[in-house]
Design a protein around this ligand. Structure first.
Ligand code: AMP
Length: 118
């Protein structure tokens, strides 16, 4: 399945719908999740058109991959999770429960995150 240019994060990247921005550079955008599951819940997405982590790993440049990984650490620091920690996760596909078909990592922080999975 090809990348869906009308997914909600593609629209955010094009500025067609707003987001509560946390951080942006040439490679990534980070913003608050619209339906936070923890005290701090932000998303980090690449600016390139990648459906999920597998697509990103297979097709992104080394620079994009490095910048994306650095951004997760940078954003976790920006939201105040440097000392107390955080959980970063990505969902992939049907079994993973991915809803938006543009790669995104969730960063949960600000309180104990709890069980790894339900
Ligand atoms: P996932 O199930 O991993 O695909 O997660 C998608 C996430 O995107 C969910 O946590 C949603 O709350 C979040 N989300 C959906 N639409 C928006 C939006 N317009 N702005 C910010 N977060 C959103």
């Amino acid at each position: 399945m090809s990348y869906d240019k009308n997914n909600i994060f593609a629209k955010i990247l094009r500025g067609e719908i707003p987001c509560k921005k946390v951080y942006e550079n040439d490679y990534v955008l980070s913003f608050h999740d619209i339906n936070p599951q923890k005290k701090i819940h932000v998303l980090v997405i690449p600016k390139g058109e990648y459906k999920n982590l597998d697509d990103f790993t297979a097709n992104a440049s080394d620079k994009e991959i490095v910048e994306f990984n650095k951004a997760i650490t940078h954003v976790s620091n920006l939201v105040g999770a440097k000392e107390s920690g955080y959980r970063a996760l990505t969902n992939l596909g049907i079994d993973g429960g991915q809803e938006v078909p543009h790669l995104h990592f969730h960063i949960f922080a600000g309180e104990k995150i709890g069980k790894m999975v339900n």
